[in-house]
Design a protein around this ligand. Structure first.
Ligand SMILES: [Zn+2]
Length: 264
């Protein structure tokens, strides 16, 4: 009996402290994060627009919108910015309308796009929060998930300055997952944000960070994640970039196929 109890308690402790967290790749920078009944979708609601990057096909979009498992009971929807390889206002609006349980936290620019460009935008206003761009970290708690949202300029310099790009650190069942959207590799901004002080378990970064000197030092000096995943890899991505990444981060992976999944 004592042995049995010991075993039971050990299993209980292990399962509580080591909650399995799964990240399923949807397309481009789109992912589904799942852990012990909690679900977060980031940058996955868009259709074919740019040919260079993967996109969810129509059947997958309809599954997500209609809430077919595993896309049911989604606690939180995050969209980093309004570019069409990350976000489409109509699909995002339809998703929120069909998922009254889900909240979207994004930039004021993106929230406005959903309200204005989705025909029934006015009816889902309560599910949307649009944060006005500034330099602070914004903390929220939604359906038991903690989110720290912040702005970093979009990659590409002055050409894309008007695009309000957000990064997110979400905490799901004790694990902290970072998603950078298309953040510019600006060491000063990363120094200012000091993400490593928040404790990053898994960082999802645009793959070019992992193959670039400045990007590598941002990851190593200012993010310091336990696990690293590259996203935004093109359909015809460079094998040389993958080799470089394998050299710089031997344990990291780069998502390349729809539905590939990592457990952490
Ligand atoms: Zn972009």
């Amino acid at each position: 009996m004592r042995n049995f109890l010991f075993c039971f308690l050990t299993i209980l402790t292990v399962s509580l402290s080591g909650q399995n967290l799964g990240i399923t790749y949807i397309a481009n920078e789109g992912v589904l994060i799942e852990s012990a009944g909690k679900k977060v979708i980031i940058d996955a609601l868009f259709d074919k627009y740019y040919d260079d990057y993967l996109h969810p096909d129509e059947a997958l979009l309809e599954k997500m919108i209609s809430g077919e498992a595993p896309y049911d009971d989604v606690d939180l929807l995050l969209s980093t910015h309004i570019h069409r390889d990350h976000f489409a206002p109509t699909m995002t609006g339809r998703f929120l309308k069909a998922h009254p349980e889900t909240k979207l936290i994004s930039s004021a620019q993106l929230a406005k796009s959903v309200t204005d460009d989705y025909a029934e935008g006015k009816t889902i206003g309560k599910q949307l929060e649009g944060i006005v761009r500034d330099t602070r970290k914004h903390e929220r708690e939604v359906n038991g998930i903690k989110v720290t949202a912040f702005f970093i300029y979009h990659a590409g310099g002055s050409r894309t300055r008007n695009i309000e790009n957000m990064g997110y650190l979400v905490e799901v069942n004790g694990k902290k997952i970072l998603h950078l959207g298309d953040s510019d590799m600006n060491p000063d901004r990363f120094r200012e944000l000091d993400l490593k002080s928040l404790g990053v378990d898994i960082a999802m970064v645009p793959y070019w960070y992992m193959a670039d000197e400045t990007g590598v030092s941002i990851i190593k000096d200012f993010i310091k994640p336990k696990d690293l995943v590259g996203i935004h890899f093109p359909k015809a991505g460079s094998p040389m970039a993958l080799e470089e990444i394998a050299k710089n981060f031997p344990k990291a992976r780069v998502f390349q196929k729809v539905f590939e999944k990592s457990q952490f």
